[in-house]
Design a protein around this ligand. Structure first.
Ligand SMILES: Nc1ncnc2c1ncn2[C@@H]1O[C@H](COP(=O)(O)OP(=O)(O)OP(=O)(O)O)[C@@H](O)[C@H]1O
Ligand SMILES: [Mg+2]
Length: 289
């Protein structure tokens, strides 16, 4: 058994549905140190969320184990908080109440006043101290995502699990939130596993990038150590040869080694659909004329 803080040991995952079985993950082994920032990257559908859900305890692996701080993970728990791509705030609660719900569950040792202070502190940390009484419908997508992050941090998890946390945001908001996550990470030293599709995001934020091969039966193809000093500045890094080297390594893995090869049948199908669409368009135009 590994003595790392979090270890994913020989995890396999096979789903059974309608008499069919499909193996999604095969032999996933990963050991994570306390305070490490790990990104998981891989093509759509390869099994990234499945792996994160196994670590979260939301999905039970077919075989293998996840050990966190000496204990096996078998179910969801407050020591692992998850931020999903689309915020999962309760719409009838205010920003404050959404975080309070998690804090009241996980911070029972704190007095009422301490809990209040803690909720406000975490919301201030993500720049949402001004919107405590707003409901999710009254704030932007980026703001909702900030509240989701504040809620996850307020639980003081041993591991923060982020499933494409900035995926639904515009580029500017995304960059801003990445900066904030880096600042918070510098301050708190959380252990983080983040799924992303964004190569720059992975290089900018991570200590290591774990690259999954294409499914079915996805494995860890390569692990890239990102040896760049912190704090990291995206503008300065844009001209840094090491940064560009790391970026290229990930791009090479995704687009050369793990290029998605469309099958001939799929391509024929797509051409067939295109021809069908064009024929329908011609017929409509003829009818209009
Ligand atoms: N509960 C389930 N039952 C059956 N199959 C599932 C289930 N959850 C996921 N899968 C399948 O497992 C595979 C991996 O899915 P997963 O959501 O982990 O991919 P992903 O890498 O996160 O993709 P994306 O980048 O698009 O989010 C897919 O083929 C998916 O259809
Ligand atoms: Mg996913």
């Amino acid at each position: 058994m590994s003595n790392r803080y979090l270890s994913i040991e020989n995890v396999d995952m096979t789903f059974y549905a309608k008499g069919m079985e499909s193996q999604v993950l095969k032999g996933i082994d990963l050991a994570v140190d306390r305070g490490e920032y790990i990104s998981i990257i891989g093509h759509s559908g390869c099994g990234k969320s499945t792996l994160l859900n196994i670590v979260a305890g939301l999905t039970k692996s077919t075989s293998g184990a996840v050990i966190l701080d000496g204990k096996e993970v078998n179910s969801p728990g407050p020591d692992r908080s998850v931020v999903f791509q689309n915020h999962s705030l309760l719409p009838w609660l205010t920003v404050y109440e959404n975080v309070a719900l998690a804090v009241n569950k996980t911070q029972r040792g704190k007095s009422k006043a301490e809990r209040h202070e803690w909720i406000v502190k975490n919301l201030e940390m993500v720049g949402m101290g001004h919107a405590l009484d707003k409901r999710p419908a009254e704030i932007s997508g980026g703001m909702k995502q900030r509240v989701g992050i504040a809620r996850a941090l307020a639980m003081e998890p041993k591991v923060l699990l982020l499933d494409e946390p900035f995926g639904a945001l515009d580029a500017l908001t995304r960059a801003h939130l990445q900066e904030e996550v880096m600042r918070i990470q510098d301050e708190l030293g959380n252990t983080v596993i983040m799924i992303t599709h964004d190569v720059d995001e992975a290089v900018l934020l991570s200590d290591r990038i774990v690259m999954l091969t294409n499914g079915p039966s996805a494995r860890i193809g390569e692990i890239l150590d990102i040896d760049l000093p912190r704090p990291r500045d995206r503008i300065a890094l844009a001209d840094d040869p090491r940064y560009n080297h790391y970026r290229q390594e990930v791009l090479r893995f995704l687009y050369e080694k793990q290029r998605k090869v469309e099958s001939l049948a799929q391509r024929r199908g797509a051409v067939g659909e295109k021809e069908k669409g064009e024929k329908q368009k011609d017929e409509k135009e003829k009818a209009r004329a």
